[in-house]
Design a protein around this ligand. Structure first.
Ligand code: HPA
Length: 246
């Protein structure tokens, strides 16, 4: 089986059921990844774990070194990546604690290093990004969720916003008009960089809150944290079920 990596997001800086074997610091032409790569065993499957925001959750979304993270994983032979990410729910059924496997992205981020083909020295490279996620891996995750009766949505358009602030209610109205169902700050350029490196990349989003103007009142950090604890428990079950099949 090919090497698989899990990139953990907010609320998932470690995996409880991962038996850690060793940690590896990797240098890349793009600088340092968010932390050492953690090699371990999850349900009899060798996996590599990386905390996107650092193990102490100190790196905000707009400062994550996405290029170093993906490059480091590719350089050690990873072929598949499962990205875990907290999101706000825009569509009414995408309520806090629910898992979502997005199938589309709209990118609203700016000023991030978003390509490995920066200077044109490899020719001008336009990757195909019609379907931004690896559908085989998405389907495997959707099926694993169904087998363990996890309430998950199998189709959603992810809006990647710049952050680190949350959105205004009007911005969420606009994202909804654009066709977005969930909103998060880390989905891009991560997915595009993974495609440039020909990694099979799929995301499991965890709804942490209703997006701005969709719930009642302000969005609080306490609410986000509580929902993420619930949601990340589900992610743990999902990964344990999915590992033998991915
Ligand atoms: N907006 C953007 N990113 C997020 C949100 C949100 O409401 N919740 C968790 N990550």
């Amino acid at each position: 089986m090919s090497e698989i990596a899990i990139i953990g997001g907010t609320g998932l800086t470690s995996l409880a059921s991962l038996e850690i074997v060793r940690r590896e610091m990797v240098q890349t032409p793009y600088g340092e990844p968010s932390g050492p790569l953690t090699h371990g065993i999850l349900c009899n499957r060798e996996v590599v774990f990386l905390a996107r925001h650092g193990y102490g959750h100190t790196i905000p979304p707009h400062q994550v070194n996405y290029r170093a993270n993906l490059w480091a994983l590719k350089s050690i032979g990873v072929e598949k990546v499962i990205a875990i990410a907290a999101v706000g729910g825009i569509r009414a059924d995408l309520i806090p604690g629910r898992l979502v496997f997005p199938d589309q992205i709209i990118d609203y981020t700016w000023s991030r290093y978003n390509t490995f083909f920066e200077d044109g020295s490899d020719g001008v490279t336009h990757i195909d990004f019609t379907w931004p996620y690896c559908d085989e891996l998405r389907q495997q995750l959707i099926q694993a969720a169904a087998r363990v009766n996890l309430d998950a949505a199998g189709k959603a358009t992810y809006a990647a916003t710049q952050g680190p602030r949350l959105e205004t209610a009007a911005e969420i109205d606009r994202l909804e008009r654009d066709g977005c169902d969930i909103v998060g700050m880390t989905g891009m350029p991560e997915a595009a960089l993974a495609r440039e490196l020909e990694l099979c990349y799929a995301a499991c989003a965890v709804v942490a809150n209703m997006a701005a103007g969709r719930g009642d009142g302000k969005i609080t950090l306490e609410e986000i944290e509580q929902n993420l604890v619930k949601g990340m428990g589900k992610v743990g079950r999902l990964l344990e079920e999915a590992m033998p099949t991915v």
